[in-house]
Design a protein. Structure first.
Length: 141
């Protein structure tokens, strides 16, 4: 549209519509939207990741103790995990981590895709070490 402000003003004055949010879009479905130096529209899931990490910190009542630089540890094999099964409360937390991490992948955090896909394949019997690996993905974010 050549002159969006003219169109908005016409809708409000001639037709009596009350419009909200007619300015520049800054946030949508987990994406922060902004313009760069060349007036190109850019997207980043910064706000979603911040909220995700904050919610998980409230859920687990602690902050990640260490900074990790890879979502899964090198040489780890979660499919060979024989640790104790999770209790129902931990299963719910595990599923919450996996679900929110899957949305992060859809928001262009492709660097965690392999880790999230691997951990999401253990839906029938989640184990303690798999739960720790899911928390590691959050620490990475």
């Amino acid at each position: 549209m050549n002159d969006p402000n003219k169109f908005v003003n016409e809708l409000e004055t001639k037709n009596g519509f009350i419009l909200k949010g007619t300015g520049l879009i800054k946030f949508h479905l987990g994406y922060n939207l902004f313009g760069d130096d060349h007036d190109l529209l850019c997207m980043a899931p910064t706000k979603y990741i911040e909220c995700l990490v904050s919610n998980q910190q409230q859920l687990f009542r602690f902050k990640p103790k260490f900074r990790v630089y890879c979502p899964l540890e090198n040489g780890g094999h979660p499919e060979l995990d024989t640790s104790e099964l999770l209790d129902p409360d931990e299963v719910q937390k595990y599923q919450s981590i996996i679900g929110s991490s899957q949305w992060s992948v859809l928001l262009a955090r492709f660097d965690i895709a392999t880790g999230v896909m691997t951990l999401s394949s253990f839906r029938s019997a989640q184990r303690k070490l798999q739960f720790e690996r899911a928390q590691r993905v959050l620490s990475y974010l």
